[in-house]
Design a protein around this ligand. Structure first.
Ligand SMILES: Cc1cc2nc3c(=O)[nH]c(=O)nc-3n(C[C@H](O)[C@H](O)[C@H](O)COP(=O)(O)OP(=O)(O)OC[C@H]3O[C@@H](n4cnc5c(N)ncnc54)[C@H](O)[C@@H]3O)c2cc1C
Length: 476
């Protein structure tokens, strides 16, 4: 897949619903900026100066493929993965988080650890190997969708499967299975090639129809992707909406209306215990969330850069409390960077040949991100204050008869009016636009409920050393 055919490859009859109609995402202007951004990333694999930065040579085809597929066998391999994630994320300053490298890392992790699942399905290792190689060599764009629709969380585990809208296998044939139900939220699903679908909830044996792991083609008949409203404000206008116009990662609810999935793409079925292992897989989690925290760091660095620029532009950087807030942003980025480095240094071999970053540090960074990002946005607001509203509606206002007045009244402490306006428009896209609000919600929840994640970290922590350290005081 090259940049030339990525967009064309999405012209495949998929059912994407937006604003009351089925849309062709390859021509719909709400998707144009985002698809253009992804196409440019595909271009990196054709650029001799960039190929080795983002990719490695496929052992099958000897062509450059994304390093997210690289199964790390050493510390150096993990660093190679990091370099690719940094380059990929920097292209959008961490704003686009589901550029397939997260889902590809998940897939690489399950593939690497495939023998673990033979006892749940003897065909799992062969099926995932075949799909992994295809996805890697065809540059397939993937997304992961796990969560059940939010109908009634309190009764979800007991309610009738159909009534609760849960995704179940409803029929099995010689060729494959049919599934019905829904999933939320599929970020990037409308422009993915394949969706990796499995449940997050813990399942009892009696609900084994829900316990499946499927690779669903995004153009499967009966699969409907119902998009939220587009935040790609004014897609042709990068100057007034620099982020929204180019980086809106569309989210969708997926409705499966009797969708057929062939057996070779049914990786697991009817196995609550197998699915519990899939969710907790240390290789898949380690590789995927290593990507997620690298992307988080790039985004926090971006917010810090914007906050610093704004403080300087309005002369607020001279105030002690503003310096303290900017210092807090530096502490955020340094903390996440240190946790990334620690996770890599303290990685360990699993199955004697897969080198996985240390998950304790990764999950700490991940959970801190749910607090750090909303706080970083709050700091931007506290520094920029009313300046976010002291803006002309469009940069075009600088081309009107009153441009001389604008140049005088919209300037900053050390910055001329047009540049200051561009800066504050960029910041507004982060803090005040629909895209900005979605990002705050995303960072709070993308990895699951942060409250449950933090409690889980406590519950899984080995507390014996703490106890031992108190023995000298508490032992009789
Ligand atoms: C922008 C965005 C993009 C996303 N993209 C994806 C994606 O690509 N793929 C994907 O799979 N998921 C995605 N998600 C979904 C994400 O995984 C969930 O939002 C997250 O797991 C939280 O679940 P929920 O939203 O269903 O909240 P709910 O579980 O419905 O929680 C609602 C409220 O109830 C409380 N609550 C719920 N259950 C419990 C409980 N057991 N104990 C105590 N309190 C409880 C919660 O704390 C919260 O206050 C995305 C979410 C967002 C916001």
């Amino acid at each position: 897949m090259t940049n030339h055919n990525f967009i064309n490859s999405l012209k495949d009859g998929r059912n994407v619903w937006l604003n009351g109609k089925k849309v062709d995402i390859t021509t719909d202007e709400n998707f144009s900026g985002t698809l253009q951004t992804i196409s440019q990333l595909y271009e990196l694999f054709e650029d001799p100066k960039q190929q080795a930065l983002v990719g490695y040579l496929s052992p099958q085809t000897n062509e450059w493929v994304h390093s997210a597929f690289l199964v790390p066998q050493s510390y150096e391999d993990v660093l190679k993965r990091r370099t690719a994630f940094e380059a990929w994320s920097k292209a959008t300053d961490g704003i686009m988080s589901r550029l397939s490298d997260y889902a590809r890392s998940r897939l690489a992790g399950w593939y690497a650890n495939r023998e673990r699942y033979r006892s749940f399905d003897a065909h799992f290792p062969d099926k995932i190997s075949a799909y992994y190689e295809t996805a890697r060599d065809e540059h397939r764009f993937l997304s992961v969708v796990q969560r059940d629709p939010q109908v009634n969380r309190a009764e979800q585990a007991s309610k009738d499967i159909k009534e609760a809208g849960l995704l179940a296998i409803t029929k099995k044939t010689e060729d494959g299975v049919y599934v019905n139900g829904a999933k939320m939220i599929g970020t990037a699903s409308p422009y993915s090639h394949d969706l990796i679908v499995y449940p997050l909830s813990k399942l009892e044996e009696s609900r084994k129809a829900l316990a499946h792991m499927l690779i669903v083609a995004a153009n499967s008949p009966g699969l409907h992707m119902v998009c939220r409203e587009s935040f790609a404000t004014d897609p042709q206008n990068k100057t007034d909406h620099p982020l929204s116009s180019q980086y809106d990662e569309m989210d969708a609810v997926l409705i499966f209306d009797n969708v057929f999935v062939p057996w070779e793409r049914v990786l697991l079925y009817d196995t609550p215990e197998g699915l519990a292992h899939i969710k907790a897989d240390p290789v898949s989690n380690g590789l995927a969330y290593h990507q997620a925290i690298i992307r988080l760091l790039i985004k926090l660095e971006f917010v810090a850069a914007v906050a610093n620029e704004i403080a300087e532009a309005i002369g607020a950087n001279t105030y002690l409390h503003v310096q303290e807030k900017l210092g807090e942003l530096i502490m955020q980025t340094d903390t996440i960077r240190a946790l990334i480095i620690a996770s890599e240094h303290e990685g360990k071999l699993i199955n004697r040949n897969i080198f996985v970053p240390n998950f304790n540090f990764i999950q700490t960074a991940r959970t801190l991100g749910a607090k750090y990002y909303p706080r970083s946005i709050e700091i931007l607001q506290l520094i920029g204050a009313g300046g976010f509203i002291q803006l002309p509606s469009s940069m075009d206002d600088f081309n009107t008869p009153i441009s001389g007045l604008l140049k005088n009244y919209f300037k900053g402490a050390n910055i001329e009016a047009e540049k200051r306006t561009k800066l504050f428009k960029l910041a507004w896209d982060l803090i005040g636009s629909p895209l900005g609000s979605r990002h705050e919600l995303y960072e709070r929840f993308y990895a699951g409920d942060p409250m449950l994640n933090t409690a889980k970290q406590y519950n899984q922590y080995d507390k014996q050393e703490w106890k031992n350290s108190l023995d000298k005081y508490l032992k009789p």
